[in-house]
Design a protein around this ligand. Structure first.
Ligand code: ZN
Length: 413
């Protein structure tokens, strides 16, 4: 699938030293440094295209964009892959509810998502892959799983034996009863008669009446969600056979910790024998009026609507970055006013001929980002520099700071 327009990253002056990125790993439940490598492999789960792009999505993709930018600033290459679940139960349900063709709904939402990502200055993935186009990869993945004796049939559907992975539950730190409860809330089918284990994950769903299906050696049907992601990740991230872990970062919103990332990792491990990801990184949830922002609550705030209302996309970026990416928080519309003032002040300060010294603030932004992408701290450092500039301090290089803000924080001045 077509990705979106590339975004140029201005270079940082070589005198700025970029330390290793420290990131909170939800599997290890600890902050740990990502070892320096020539090439990083990142997989971030994409949306199901029926409610794009709400501010919760924006928060997640900005967080991983900042990690992508930071790792590139260290001089390394980043291979970044993202999927789009362009066939799944929620998409079909929404299309039925609204009386539209699911393909048209998906196509329109994918286009909206792309334009929102461009506006928010999210670096495009090297490969942006839809579930439908990934079906041949999914079939190959199920074939590999069959070889590892982890596949069985219930009626005409195929399931993965999750207990084949001794690590199950260790990445999400959930007890059996917690997993059971959340599994059914997030698309699982623990009650299905004929499953060997209630948590076993659907690999291939045989075509149901009035639903789409694709021909395969497993019958006409469509892929399960978890196998979609691990098949795309292993298929496009150019896994290095010399390494014992497939990828460096598996990312997404914290609502994907279980079952999605747990199941994807178990399946990937059964496919190639390697630990799936070195780091599992998750962004927090954005709420509204005391509740999580979600389709079921009907309390979504959309990036595209804000842009139509004339909001500068950089204000949305700054408003979301004023909270730490992992922190769940309630969206307040006043945050856009604060972000607008910050952006105006920053642009005015950077347009001056004489500005406060800039090396220190660039070093502080780098230090803040290296510390688990601490954007509130980075913005606070910039605020301090704005104040000093307004107070008449001199000696800085506004062009250099402007380029650093663009490269590291993704804010276009
Ligand atoms: Zn995924």
């Amino acid at each position: 699938m077509k990705s979106w327009a590339s975004i140029a990253i201005p270079p940082l002056a070589s005198r700025f030293k970029i330390p290793n990125l420290n990131i909170f790993d939800s599997a290890q439940q600890a902050r740990s440094p990502i070892a320096k490598k020539d090439r990083y492999r990142i997989y971030v789960c994409g949306i199901t295209p029926y409610d794009a792009t709400h501010l919760g999505h924006a928060n997640t993709y900005i967080a991983f964009d900042l990690m992508n930018r930071y790792l590139r600033a260290t001089g390394s290459e980043v291979l970044f892959v993202q999927n789009i679940t362009d066939i799944d139960e929620p998409l079909l349900e929404r299309a039925n509810r609204d009386g539209v063709d699911w393909r048209e709904l998906a196509a329109s939402q994918i286009e909206l998502f792309r334009s929102d990502m461009v506006a928010l200055r999210i670096l495009p993935p090297a490969h942006y892959i839809g579930a439908v186009e990934a079906i041949p990869l999914v079939i190959d993945a199920i074939t590999l799983l069959e070889k590892s004796k982890t596949v069985y049939k219930v009626d005409d559907d195929y399931y993965f034996r999750v207990r084949s992975d001794s690590e199950l539950g260790k990445r999400s730190h959930m007890t059996q009863s917690q997993m059971m409860e959340i599994f059914s809330q997030r698309g699982g089918d623990p009650q299905r008669v004929g499953k060997e284990d209630p948590l076993d994950a659907l690999l291939w769903l045989a075509k149901r009446p009035d639903e789409p299906g694709w021909e395969s050696k497993y019958g006409v049907g469509r892929p399960g969600w978890h196998i979609e992601c691990c098949a795309i990740a292993l298929g496009y991230l150019e896994i290095d056979p010399s390494q014992d872990t497939s990828i460096d970062i598996q990312g997404g919103g914290s609502d994907l910790i279980f079952p999605h990332h747990e199941m994807s990792a178990s399946q990937a491990r059964a496919m190639n024998g390697k630990r799936f990801a070195a780091n599992y990184v998750h962004a927090g949830m954005i709420g509204l009026d005391g509740e999580k922002m979600s389709k079921s609550k009907g309390n979504l705030k959309f990036v595209s609507q804000k842009l139509k209302d004339g909001v500068d996309p950089m204000e949305i970026r700054i408003a979301l970055m004023s909270h730490h990416y992992r922190q769940d928080h309630m969206w307040e519309s006043t945050e856009l006013n604060s972000a607008q003032k910050f952006l105006d002040d920053l642009r005015i300060a950077l347009s001056r001929m004489e500005v406060a010294p800039t090396d220190g603030v660039i070093e502080e932004i780098i230090a803040a980002l290296s510390d688990d992408i601490d954007t509130p701290r980075a913005l606070k450092a910039l605020q301090g520099w704005i104040t000093k500039t307004i107070d008449g301090a001199t000696g800085g290089k506004p062009g250099e700071l402007s380029r650093a803000i663009d490269a590291l924080l993704g804010i276009a001045i």
